[in-house]
Design a protein around this ligand. Sequence first.
Ligand SMILES: [Zn+2]
Length: 82
Amino acid sequence: MSKQRCPLCQGRGTTIVVRRCPQCFGRELRARRVARGWSVRGVARRIGVSAAFLSDVELGRRNASPRLLIALRRLKLLGATE
Ligand SMILES: [Zn+2]
């Protein structure tokens, strides 16, 4: 699965659970969050992660953790089948 290319940028390094590279995943996540008018800090608090970690994920610097993905699905920031 790690050999798959990101469907959005054709880049390598898709994460195990999300079929997008960390950069595209983070960009989408940020766009969805901003569209709802939610702050990084506010979302991080609701999810139970640090704002720094969530920010790093949005910037594609770190991979989302399984726990974060579950929480994002619960907040509808990530679709159930994504
Ligand atoms: Zn990509």
